[in-house]
Structure formats: structure tokens, C-alpha cells
Design a binder for this molecule. Structure first.
Ligand SMILES: [Zn+2]
Length: 288
């Protein structure tokens, strides 16, 4: 299976003016991607033009080029099909979470980009200030109102996600909590959305205090991950315990605990940066 390192993606907003061969079309019905089954896996639709797809397309967007060494670049489009349209034989509409293990990784990443562009285009057809129809800018991913000049960019919602380590007499422990929305006995690291006017570090301190009532120190950046459910950017951090006892946020956190590297509960799937943070703790503090 090709991995991201074999490919580079070059984002652009204007499609080439000349015709081209088969391109990838990330076509959505609501938030579900249209794919063809291919054995255990799934394939993104390919066509030279939107008309060739044979689907009632409401809106389309050019995304850019997928390049691989020694291969001609592949153009990528996203599009929104009429949600009531019947699908061609062999094509199904599937949620992105279900496609993580079935699509090639670079295509899954572009699908996560595509679903957000499609949603933004769908929900920003009219000016939020004066209600005039918006126009797409030719050189950047933005829409501008021709009447009052209000400009809209695709919306991103940054959220911090944080692994907190506590050094105890019995050894290092990781803070994991079970959200009320999680299935039974499924634990993860803490996470929360950044508020306007807040730095990422301030957000980390506030979220941890709100959710479990403890203080943290040494907040350090770890890694980030786009999370298109629906438009988050997850910013991963590590931190140390600084003091306090658990006071769980009512309605949000059902249980929280300090877990040893060799005694972890049920964890989130490998797709998530949450799992990468937990794997980091095990690699760093588990038995060598
Ligand atoms: Zn306007």
C-alpha cells in the first residue's frame, strides 16, 4: 500500500485550463464519500471530467495535484452530489472513519481535506453580513462578497490534546479519562477546543483544570493532526503533573485515573493522535 512518504500533494484552487486525463474525484453525498469497492479496500472515483462521473453534481472544487516520483501528476477535485441521487452500480457512499483502513493513506488524507472544502463551499454560498451571493477568489481558498467585501476562509477549529505524566513511588503513570460519550471502558487522553484569545498553552492548563481539576507543568508541543470530524486541527502536547486531586467535570468526564504503561485500559484506534500520545508514553516509560 502506498504511504504518504511516496507522494507529495500540492494544493491549488484553480483547475488547469487545458483538458487532462483521469483525475481523482472526491465526491460526497452529505459527509459520505463515494467509493468503488476493490477487494477489501476502496477506490476513489476517477474521471477526466465531472460529466464523465454520471452523477448530478451540485458544486465542485479543484484541490490540487498529487505527485509521485517519475509519474505524471494526478489532478484532484472535490464535489458535492445531489444527496437524493441514486448511485451507479458498484459505487457506495461511506463515512470517512470507516474508510481509514480501506483507502490508500495519501488518498485518505486528501479525502479529509476534501470533505471540509465541500462543507465550507456548501455553507458559505451567501454573505453572512449582507446575504449577497459570494464569489470564489481565483488565487486563494477564500470567498468574497462583491457587495460589502466580507471575506470567508475555510473554518478550522483548533483543539489541544494532551498526555499528562505523573511520577509516583510505583513508577510513571499516564492520565487517562473516560468521556460520558465514549463506549464503556474506553479511555483516552484529555482534549478540548481552543477559545478565542487564548494561547495553546493557556488552553491546555484551562482544559485540564476544568475536566479533572488538576494543575500541570512543562507543557511541550508533540505533533499535530488534521481531524476532519468536522473541521478540527488537533494539536498534541505532553505535560507533567503539578498538583491537585481529581474533581471530574460533571456531564463530561465519567472516570479518570493514572495508568501504568503495562496496565492500560481499552484505548482509541491507531488512526488518532490520541493513540500516538499514549504509544509515546509506553515507548518512553514502559519496560525497556
Ligand atoms: Zn456582503
Amino acid at each position: 500500500m502506498p504511504t504518504t512518504s511516496d507522494y507529495t500533494f500540492h494544493s491549488a484552487v484553480t483547475a488547469p485550463s487545458h483538458g487532462h486525463g483521469p483525475a481523482y474525484w472526491f465526491v460526497f453525498q452529505e459527509s459520505k464519500l463515494l467509493v468503488r469497492a476493490a477487494g477489501e479496500g476502496a477506490e476513489v472515483l476517477q474521471a477526466s471530467t465531472a460529466e464523465e462521473l454520471g452523477l448530478p453534481i451540485l458544486r465542485r472544487q479543484y484541490l490540487g495535484e498529487l505527485r509521485q516520483d517519475g509519474q505524471p501528476p494526478l489532478h484532484c477535485y472535490s464535489a458535492e452530489a445531489d444527496p437524493s441521487a441514486a448511485l451507479p452500480d458498484g459505487v457506495s457512499a461511506e463515512g470517512l472513519r470507516q474508510l481509514y483502513t480501506r483507502l490508500d493513506e495519501p488518498l485518505f488524507q486528501i479525502a479529509g481535506r476534501a470533505v471540509q472544502i465541500v462543507d465550507w463551499d456548501r455553507t458559505h454560498q451567501f454573505c453572512g453580513r449582507c446575504a449577497a451571493p459570494m464569489e470564489n477568489l481565483p488565487t486563494e481558498r477564500a470567498k468574497k462578497c462583491p457587495v460589502c467585501e466580507l471575506t470567508n476562509f475555510p473554518r478550522l477549529s483548533p483543539a489541544i490534546i494532551i498526555a499528562i505524566v505523573r511520577h509516583t513511588a510505583e513508577g510513571p503513570r499516564l492520565l487517562l479519562a473516560r468521556n460520558h460519550r465514549f463506549p464503556q471502558n474506553f479511555y483516552s487522553v484529555l482534549a478540548g477546543f481552543v477559545e478565542p484569545g487564548e494561547s495553546l498553552e493557556q488552553c491546555a492548563h484551562r482544559e485540564v483544570l476544568e475536566e479533572v481539576g488538576i494543575a500541570i507543568q512543562n507543557v511541550r508541543y508533540f505533533a499535530s493532526q488534521p481531524w476532519p470530524f468536522p473541521n478540527s486541527l488537533m494539536l498534541g502536547f505532553t505535560a507533567g503533573y503539578a498538583g491537585g486531586d481529581f474533581v471530574l467535570e460533571e456531564g463530561e468526564i465519567a472516570e479518570a485515573g493514572w495508568f501504568a504503561p503495562d496496565a492500560l485500559p481499552n484505548l482509541p484506534p491507531p488512526i488518532s493522535i490520541a493513540r500516538r500520545l499514549i504509544d509515546w508514553f509506553v515507548a518512553e516509560y514502559g519496560k525497556k
